[in-house]
Design a protein around this ligand. Structure first.
Ligand SMILES: [Zn+2]
Length: 529
């Protein structure tokens, strides 16, 4: 079909590409154009051109991504938006010591960093002691108050009593006035009906996905961690693995009940598992995904891989955290295990457990998968289309991570080809989410106002003071509304409406508002903490 070149049409814009990855066909396609409906933020039409040439002159609203590698927006299937690197502060200390305000401000920065790194969707698996704040942040992003990936959240993870919580020795009796009171790190529930009630509670609180801990290192207080000074160390503790092994938190019946109840609510289920034996229980219960790498290579492994492949269970191995936490030998074992599972037909989703290290570096997970020997095309599927399935597919309320009419217009362009350049995922040149452009030519597109005064008043004061008139500024939310009713490429490419031109003005190469709010820069190593 020919492209829509109606110059009077303000409802669509075209994104022209010369190399586009299609996760369904698992191949790179040449000369595809994507028409985006600027009012709905959805893909209106996809068509392949005869050549790399454009069918006609480029309209001012259209976007030319020829020469770049174009992909659906990335999906990180395992994140914690409220956490920052463990190396900056242990995550248990973040939960214990950081104020809710600090954690929220950090999360806002994390969301920006992720979006600019090409991540248009996050499957966020637990606030870690911040209640349902992830649902609130999700809603703020969806309302256009602050930029970020589309969040699909778990709120609090389910765990059995006494199993996943902030540990302290300064607690003589739970719930008493003696000793510390700490925020809870999970929603504790035990027994078939109690776990069903907990799932209902999570759904009622706004969860998009149910997460539960199938196992955890829950005996830590039997041999408490070492501290500095006299009396700070146990004199003869058992070795590390004996000291605090990952143990099942739930019986098979409880896991079955969690999944059954989540199915009634049409919500996907993610199971944290460190051991293959408990992972196998979760897989048999029918979970959507199993999270993490497994600590052992026990006899269950063959059985588990077969069961996952047979059932279509998605494995989110979080190899990035294995790289952070394990020695080289163990990390290599993890990579081999994932490659082996892939070879035997297990579906993989790229979820980095981002938050254990800083947001914006999410692509490390895809890099490691490629290093493990998984073909680039399959890794791209794990980072896009399978991520959508991990989010529940259509049950998520959206279609993303693949190309079709009506899907969300989430588009990422790289300056390098991941088939040739192992660091290609770090070279994000362009980001569109829901039809709105957030990054162009490798630079953030700033939608923050230079002034809060109405346009006319700002113009008057500029004239009076003899300064050059800055383009009128509009609040971010208005910018999004204006852009969505005019052209979502307005921040990048300008347009005739006042709202459009004001955003265009903020595209100065070194915009003050950009540095003020701490946008991620070109540097991959920038730390937004
Ligand atoms: Zn996690």
């Amino acid at each position: 079909m020919p492209p829509n070149n109606d110059p009077n049409s303000r409802e669509t814009l075209a994104v022209h590409t010369s190399l586009l990855f299609d996760p369904i066909q698992k191949s790179f396609l040449k000369n595809v154009s994507v028409e985006v409906n600027t009012k709905t933020g959805a893909i209106a039409r996809l068509y392949q051109r005869d050549s790399s040439h454009l069918p006609g002159p480029l309209s001012e609203h259209d976007i030319d991504l020829r020469g770049k590698v174009v992909l659906p927006g990335f999906v990180d299937s395992h994140t914690h938006i409220f956490l920052h690197s463990d190396k900056e502060r242990l995550h248990s200390h973040q939960m214990r010591d950081e104020s809710p305000v600090e954690r929220t401000v950090r999360a806002v920065n994390h969301a920006r960093a992720a979006l600019l790194a090409g991540y248009t969707t996050y499957r966020d698996l637990g606030t870690e002691a911040l209640g349902n704040a992830d649902a609130n942040l999700r809603d703020c992003i969806n309302r256009g108050l602050t930029p970020g990936p589309r969040l699909l959240v778990a709120t609090e993870a389910l765990a059995s009593n006494g199993s996943y919580e902030i540990r302290t020795e300064n607690r003589l009796a739970r719930g008493s006035a003696v000793g510390l009171t700490l925020p809870r790190a999970s929603d504790p529930a035990d027994g078939v009906w109690a776990v069903r009630a907990a799932v209902r509670r999570r759904v009622g609180e706004g969860a998009d996905v149910i997460k539960f801990y199938a196992d955890y290192r829950r005996r830590v207080m039997r041999f408490p961690p070492d501290t500095e000074g006299p009396g700070g160390r146990l004199l003869f503790p058992p070795d590390r693995r004996e000291r605090n092994p990952a143990l099942p938190l739930y019986s098979q019946e409880e896991m079955d009940a969690i999944v059954a109840e989540a199915r009634l609510a049409d919500v996907p289920v993610a199971a944290h598992a460190a051991e293959t034996s408990t992972a196998l229980m979760a897989v048999r219960a029918g979970v959507t995904t199993v999270e993490h790498i497994f600590a052992d290579t026990s006899r269950c492994r063959d059985e588990m891989v077969a069961e996952m492949a047979g059932r279509g269970t998605i494995w989110v191995p979080t190899l990035s955290t294995a790289e952070e936490g394990f020695d080289e030998h163990k990390f290599e074992c993890c990579k081999r295990a994932v490659k082996e599972a892939f070879d035997r037909g297990v579906r993989l989703a790229a979820g980095a457990d981002t938050g254990v290290f800083n947001h914006g570096r999410n692509c490390r997970e895809m890099e490691i998968m490629i290093e493990a020997g998984i073909p680039v095309e399959d890794v791209l599927v794990a980072g896009t289309y399978t991520g959508w399935h991990a989010c529940g597919g259509d049950a998520s309320g959206f279609r993303f991570g693949w190309w079709d009419e009506g899907n969300r217009a989430d588009i990422v362009a790289l300056d390098a080809d991941p088939r040739e350049d192992p660091k290609a995922f770090r070279k994000v040149s362009f980001v569109m989410k829901d039809g709105l452009v957030w990054k162009r030519d490798g630079r953030p597109v700033d939608a923050f106002p230079a002034t809060q005064w109405p346009e006319e008043e700002a113009a008057e004061s500029a004239e009076e003071s003899g300064t050059l008139r800055e383009p009128a500024a509009i609040p971010l939310r208005s910018a999004l509304c204006a852009a969505s009713t005019a052209s979502p490429s307005a921040p990048s490419f300008g347009g005739p409406t006042p709202a459009t031109s004001s955003i265009k003005g903020s595209r100065d190469p070194t915009p003050a508002a950009t540095s003020d709010v701490g946008w991620e820069t070109d540097s991959f190593d920038v730390n937004l903490g």
